[in-house]
Design a protein around this ligand. Sequence first.
Ligand code: MF3
Ligand code: CO
Ligand code: CO
Length: 251
Amino acid sequence: MIYIKNKTEIDKMRKAGAFAAKLLNYLAPYVKVGASTLELNDIAEDFTKKNGHRSAPLGYKGFPKSICSSINQVVCHGIPKLEDVLKEGDIINLDVSPIVDGYIGDTSRTFLVGETDPLVKKLVDDTEKSMWIGIEQVKPGNRVDEIGNAIDDFLTPKGYGIVRDLMGHGVGRNFHEEPQIPHFRMNRKLAKMEAGMIFTVEPMVNLGTWEVLFDKQDKWTVRTKDGKWSAQFEHTILVTDKGYEILTQEN
Ligand code: MF3
Ligand code: CO
Ligand code: CO
C-alpha cells in the first residue's frame, strides 16, 4: 500500500527533510584526508542528538551505526569504522536518515576527497545529474518506472552500470515503504504518482558492471562485483499537484 500523506504529515516530512539536509551540510567540512568514517558517524550522531532527534539507521534491522559511509567500490550501506580512514583521491557517500518527531528524512551525497581521477569525478557528476533527471519525471499522472527510464537513458549510453538490487523507496514514519523506485529501465508499468506521495530517488551508479555483492560477514556492506568504483546521490521528494518538492533541502 502506498501512503498518501496529509497536510500535517507533509509538514512533518518537511521538517525531517530540512534537518537531514542540515545534518549532511554540517558533515561536509569534516570529510577530508585523515578522517575516519567512525569520526564522521559520531559527529552526525552528536549533532542529531543535540538537536533532540534520533538516527533511523541505528538498530534498523540490526544496523550498528547512525549513518552509512560508503567508500570507492562500496556501493551503499557501508558501516562506519575506526580503520576506514579517508585518503587523497577517495570518494565517499554519506547517507543520513534522521527521525524528527516520528518522521524520517533520507538524503545522501558523494564527496570527493582531495584531488580525484577525472574519470571518477565524471562518474560522481553524472550520478548527481542522473538523480536530477529522475526527479524531473516526478509529477502526478507519471508512473514511477518513468523515473528509472529517464535515468537509464542518460547513463547507459555513457557505459555506466546502474545498480538494480537496491532502489529508491517510499519514506515517512517508516524508513522503507512502498513504492520501490527503480533507477534503471524495467520495461514494466509500475504505480502512478499522486500528490501526497513521498519517496526517495537515489541512483547508485558504477564505473563497471551493475552487479553487486553483499558482504557475507557483516551482512550490510554492498560492493561492486568487479571492484570498480560507485557513486550515489539521494533526495526525499514530495509529489505535489504541479510536480515535485525536494524535502531534503535546508530552508
Ligand atoms: N539510507 C539508506 C537508504 O537510502 C538505508 C540505509 S539502511 C541502514 O535507503 F540500515 F543501512 F541504515
Ligand atoms: Co533511501
Ligand atoms: Co539513504
